[in-house]
Design a protein around this ligand. Structure first.
Ligand code: NDP
Ligand code: BG6
Length: 514
């Protein structure tokens, strides 16, 4: 036992720098084994996202020939019970081909369960024995997915690393957010993880980076002549990053109250999109080149001012004979909680490309709609010959590019167009790329892409530690100020458009929310 294997920390506590790249198409890897251990297998995320994503990868033949999946948690379960649990959430959403049931059976036969404590090296040693037995002496790569609350990340990494690392292949660990709750706790988490893992072994997931339209952002920018020349303060008036959900924190209030919407959505999902949106063209598509550019954006950001932020919290509301509870009605939320379930903020990037352009973020729960969008509003046409056709509201005439991340993925560009006929009447039309019309094939879930990338050692869509530091450096002072000053959130009714303060904030920056 001890620090054997290529992927473990050395005895001086410094992680070894090892990692071979691994590609499923590499002939040398064909005979090897892939063991995926889902830690926290009894939980919500594992059931909802991880097992279904693994099945989808298997169904589409993305997994190597020899793979096994282990569930690990404290709950007592047999292999058969795990399979029953997983099978309840597997669907043949990819296509309805007749062999789906067969594929499910084949997949489930590769799934096993080991019950153990998260801080027990002995229990992880037992897991290692079971893994070895199934791996049958082949070269074996091991992926651990930490689908557990953050307070036990380090225990699991310690035990898995010391007792269940691969002895002859790579060992990688996917970590789910939250990565701390401010700069200090995040650095501490990174420091602890790095006692047992190298940075190359840690895959910090931000599942928004695995969403189709977010991945497409760079393709749109860098493989079309059209957009990149316009991608700056010279042509773009403002950028909006919008996340809204039409349900509250139901069932997750206990977790949520300790974090709030700024940590839950803005500091990670929306900021990651902002960085990809605003970065300079990277030297190549290599993960390090892309992440270098993202970090530069994050480090160029102006500190966020409290007056550029609006926070809100949903209150109870009755609509159509149905009543919706307030955030604070959740029994797991402390009475009088000031935790924001909504926030809007204006951010600025102090560099040559973006100086003065407001990036407006809006994120909220229990709003009137569920959507995630990137909206780019362009400047007015100078000396517009058709000015008089727009009346007094010239803002309505500016072009707008919308990337609808979800639902119903689409990219559309709002243009001004002549209404056909005699006379000269203009209206706003959309050049519309609706994914479901253009690409009938089902779009993979973000977790499928990210799991596959982690298996292949592709880090482009995972968060590097310096990116994480920069993201926390931006938001920590604001979060502390909000908490220290006990800023009361503006209440908004469940199912509404959010606090009116968000509209005043946008108006102060000459922005109209899309
Ligand atoms: P759960 O709360 O369902 O926890 C997962 C498992 O961890 C549970 O089944 C339980 O297994 C074990 N566990 C729960 N609480 C504790 C505890 N206090 N101490 C020790 N073990 C515990 O989490 P989720 O599945 O919802 O999420 C997993 C991770 O993913 C979390 O970090 C979460 O923040 C993150 N996440 C979740 C999302 C979601 O949609 N659910 C979305 C994005 C991120 P057992 O008792 O069997 O050991
Ligand atoms: C998670 C947040 O990261 O993302 C949740 O913790 C949120 O609060 C979820 O509901 C939204 O993800 P998606 O993919 O459903 O938009």
């Amino acid at each position: 036992d001890g620090f054997a294997g290529s992927s473990l920390a050395k005895e001086d506590g410094q992680p070894q720098q090892v990692e071979g790249s691994f590609s499923l198409s590499d002939p040398e890897c064909k005979g090897s084994n892939l063991s995926i251990t889902v830690v926290g297998a009894s939980g919500d995320l594992a059931k909802k996202k991880i097992f279904p994503a693994l099945f989808a990868l298997f169904y589409e033949d993305w997994l190597p020939e020899n793979f096994i999946v282990f569930g690990y948690a404290r709950s007592k379960m047999t292999d058969e019970e795990l399979r029953n649990m997983i099978s309840r959430t597997l669907t043949c959403r990819i296509d309805k081909r007749a062999n789906c049931e067969d594929k499910m059976d084949q997949f489930l036969k590769r799934c096993f369960y080991h019950s153990g404590l998260y801080n027990s090296e002995d229990n992880f040693r037992d897991l290692d024995c079971k893994l070895k037995e199934k791996e049958g002496g082949r070269l074996s790569n091991r992926l651990f997915y930490l689908s557990i609350p953050p307070n036990i990340f380090v225990d699991v990494v310690r035990c898995a690393s010391l007792k269940a690392s691969s002895k002859n292949g790579w060992t990688r660990v996917i970590v789910e957010k939250p990565f701390g709750r401010d700069s200090e706790s995040s650095s501490e988490l990174t420091r602890c993880l790095k006692q047992y893992l190298t940075e190359e072994q840690i895959f910090r997931i931000d599942h928004y980076l695995g969403k189709e339209l977010v991945e497409n952002l760079s393709v749109l920018r860098f493989s079309n002549l059209l957009f990149e020349p316009l991608w700056s303060r010279n042509h773009i008036r403002n950028v909006q990053l919008i996340f809204s959900e039409d349900f509250g924190t139901e069932g997750r209030g206990g977790y949520f109250d300790n974090y709030g919407i700024i940590r839950d959505i803005m500091q990670n999902h929306l900021l990651q999109i902002l960085a990809l949106f605003a970065m300079e063209p990277p030297v190549s598509l290599d993960a390090e080149d892309i992440r270098n550019e993202k970090v530069k954006v994050l480090r160029s950001m102006r500190p966020i001012q409290l007056e550029d932020v609006v926070v809100g919290q949903y209150k109870g509301h009755s609509k159509g004979g149905k009543s919706y509870s307030a955030y604070t009605d959740d029994p797991t939320v402390p009475k009088g909680s000031l935790t924001p379930t909504f926030a809007a903020a204006a951010l600025f990037i102090n560099n040559a490309r973006w100086d003065g352009v407001p990036f407006l973020m809006k994120a909220g729960k229990a709003l009137h709609t569920k959507r995630a969008e990137i909206r780019v509003q362009f400047r007015h046409v100078p000396g517009n010959l058709y000015k008089r056709n727009f009346g007094t509201d010239l803002d309505k005439a500016t072009n707008e590019l919308v990337l609808r991340v979800q639902p119903d993925e689409a990219i559309y560009l709002k243009i001004n167009n002549k209404v056909p006929g005699l006379g000269m009447r203009l209206d706003r039309s959309d050049l519309n790329l609706l994914y479901r019309a253009r690409y009938p094939r089902e779009i993979p879930d973000a977790y499928e892409r990210l799991l596959l990338d982690a298996i292949e050692g592709e880090r482009r869509l995972f968060i590097r530690s310096d990116e994480l530091d920069a993201a926390w450096a931006l938001f920590t002072p604001l979060l502390k100020e909000i908490e220290n000053k006990k800023i009361a959130p503006e209440l908004y009714p469940y199912g509404s458009r959010g606090p009116v303060g968000a509209h005043y904030l946008a108006a102060r920056h000459n922005v109209r929310w899309g």
